[in-house]
Design a binder for this molecule. Structure first.
Ligand SMILES: O=C(O)C(=O)C[C@]1(C(=O)O)C=C[C@@H](O)C=C1
Length: 363
């Protein structure tokens, strides 16, 4: 097709017509969501409006139907935002996350809840748990494991002391950039700020490109980005959100050593989430310190052919001689096979806590 002005006019008219249709359809959808809210409130005045299992089903269905040219993730992201706006019409959702603003955790919160959610930065993981427990936020978002640096122990420990449940998970591709401010003399960078995990994820690149720069660890990537604003000889390693928030320039992009560097975040809340069709369950189990304890714990999973997706050990904080295992596996606790395994594990362990069954990350 040639790009003559005539064609351009025609195509823009066509786009205008399509936009009219999209607008009408989105408004129809929003009206339906409001009706859903009325039914939910009538059935139960204390109802929860956010339904993670339904959202996961909507996004999976759209991805399966999508024939392009936009890719599945891009299409799901657009529908994510439409649902976020529909949910905000029913009831705005308040989400506490590990801040400050501009962190990867905020990016994960927006990816999961969309931009119509009200996101509230917290100074520490404990504060995110407390805010949700106190009811000041409906949900919380905390990091739990990184593909190169491993588990975020603080998050696991918080679950031991808390009655919070896991309502969902988000996996985020983590891209780090070397950022400078308009004051920085780019060829005189002698100090680099970042979070210790980000330094670890970019170690080889830094050794190759900035072997002599001082590496200063700070509490978050966003904090690092903020600091370079005021120093002419400093740079920061942080992500896109922090770069945008503090108006910094990327002098090197995607400097992480591993191309599939990603972080998994958990959505915490205080509801049981029904089955979505593709779910995961997380449990924490205390075992007595005796030979074969781990084998005894894992045997029922093997026998019932349930896939483990993660196994972590943490020192128990109650009994000095107990091991505590954090286990994630495929399946929902309402499935008979999973319920049977949980019952067997309960009998074999000193203590079992089901942290939640929730939809596997979609986006
Ligand atoms: O199906 C529902 O329960 C709705 O409230 C509708 C809807 C949607 O927009 O599709 C909105 C919010 C919920 O979290 C799930 C889905």
């Amino acid at each position: 097709m040639s790009d003559t002005p005539n064609n351009l006019d025609e195509l823009r008219q066509r786009i205008d017509q399509l936009d009219d249709n999209i607008l009408r359809l989105i408004s129809d959808r929003a009206r339906c969501a409001k009706q859903v809210a009325d039914i939910k409130t009538k059935d139960d005045p204390g109802t929860v409006f956010y339904r993670p299992e339904r959202e996961a089903q909507v996004l999976r269905r759209i991805m399966a139907l999508n024939d392009g040219p936009l890719d599945d993730e891009e299409m799901a992201r657009l529908f994510r935002e439409i649902m976020s706006a529909c949910l905000a019409l029913e009831q705005p959702v308040k989400v506490a996350y590990l801040g400050p603003e501009g962190t990867f955790t905020q990016q994960a919160a927006l990816k999961h809840f969309g931009h119509s959610a009200v996101s509230m930065p917290m100074a520490a993981i404990d504060d995110v748990f407390r805010e949700v427990e106190a009811g000041a936020a409906n949900y919380g978002v905390v990091p739990v494991e990184n593909s190169t640096e491993g588990v975020v122990n603080h998050t696991l420990d918080s679950f031991m002391d808390s009655a919070m449940q896991i309502d969902g998970e988000v996996v985020l591709r983590i891209h780090h950039h070397l950022l400078v401010s308009s004051n920085t003399l780019k060829d005189k960078v002698s100090r680099i700020y970042s979070h210790p995990q980000s330094f670890a994820q970019c170690r080889k690149w830094l050794d190759a490109h900035y072997p002599h720069a001082e590496r200063v660890a700070v509490a978050s990537n966003a904090e690092a980005a903020k600091l370079v604003k005021t120093e002419w000889h400093s740079a920061a390693i942080a992500g896109d959100m922090a770069a945008r928030l503090y108006g910094l320039e990327k002098i090197a992009e995607k400097i992480e050593d591993s191309p599939d560097n990603s972080t998994r975040f958990l959505i915490i809340g205080n509801h049981n989430v029904p089955m979505s069709g593709e779910d995961k369950t997380s449990i924490v189990v205390a075992m007595r310190n005796q030979p074969g304890a781990l084998h005894e714990l894992l045997e029922p999973f093997h026998r019932h052919q349930i896939d483990l997706t993660r196994l972590e050990t943490r020192p128990s904080r109650t009994g000095v001689w107990n091991y505590v295992f954090f286990i994630d596996f495929k399946g929902h606790r309402d499935e008979p096979e999973v319920a049977a395994v949980l019952e067997e594990v309960r009998l074999r362990s000193a203590e079992l806590k089901v942290l939640g069954s929730y939809p596997m990350g979609v986006l």
